[in-house]
Ligand binder design. Sequence first.
Ligand SMILES: N[C@@H](Cc1c[nH]c[nH+]1)C(=O)O
Length: 381
Amino acid sequence: MPNWLLPENIADVLPSEARKLEELRRKLLDNFRLYGYELVMPPMLEYLESLLTGAGQDMNLRIFKLVDQLSGRTMGIRADMTTQVARIDAHLLNRASVTRLCYAGSVLQTRPSGLHATREPLQIGAEIYGHCGLEADAEIQELVLASLSLAGISQVRLDLCHVGVLRAIIANDVRAQKYEAELFSLLEAKDLPGLRDLTQDFEGVTRDALLALPTLYGDAATLERARRVLPDVAGIAKAMDELEFLVRSADGASVTIDLADLRGYHYHSGVMFAAYVPGLPNAVARGGRYDHVGEAFGRARPATGFSLDLRELARLIPVAERKSAIRAPWSAEPALKEKIADLRRMGEVVIQALPGHENDQDEFDCDRAIVFENGNWVLKN
Ligand SMILES: N[C@@H](Cc1c[nH]c[nH+]1)C(=O)O
């Protein structure tokens, strides 16, 4: 095997793609700051227990593990930054007020989420702690749309879902509760035959409601249909009210409902959403409420947020034009150095051709040059 071969679903980012990624990262983080989100940088790896706190079993399967030579304990490489940021809010900041945090960094996953998906997403996201009202979810929803619009993507569909619906359906059925994890995966896969099989011995109301969930998708009118079809219990009515609030607050954006789209790390506790764009089968961004993660870290804090993979997002936008640049000869002469420094201060890219490389091609489009004329260094087209 050639020694330059990388593992499956792991890739280098080459200059033109890296430029897109970095520009997007800066734009998004700058915009988060305009909304008051403070940047945090959690570590690449932690003890496994802290990475798993508050998260479901599927998180454990997605984390690469290794042994810490200093402590002998098992460490994990983060597969998702949301719970790390919740840990920071719960333990390190310890603020009682609303806290808005954002982050950008690589995460590593043992398995790709799709055939061509990377196992090293570049995750960027924003989270709000300390407000249990839906206003926080609405702000996050707005931030998702703003982020995608900064990437030049305007045709976005927000797909809303609510974990409370499934939880309310199985709340009074002990047998169904035992199979919660299986129910999640069958619903995510919209696997009706599998769902029929599993629910055979469930109580009639539970079974009917579970079988109805995969059919409850479509425009906002789906919520009325869901109210008619699903059992009339407090948990479901509350979830429907919350979803209706968010449909209203997303004014202008295209919103759909999909009560079975429960994909995620299973730490979500309320409203969840996924953003879809044309040409991509998987969601570009995901998020939602996860009020119990802080509690698992010892400090209950309402929480909601979103994250997306910058690599995936960058694939959707065209390659940025090659930036025009100025070519300069290589010389240590002070007058030339000063001229070059002046131009760079003005934001120009000035590339000094190293001796013997005057005609090399590179990523830049050198449309001007600094030349020596009549005793001066001048800029020429
Ligand atoms: N980190 C979650 C999305 C999320 C962020 N905040 C809340 N939920 C994911 O990647 O699926």
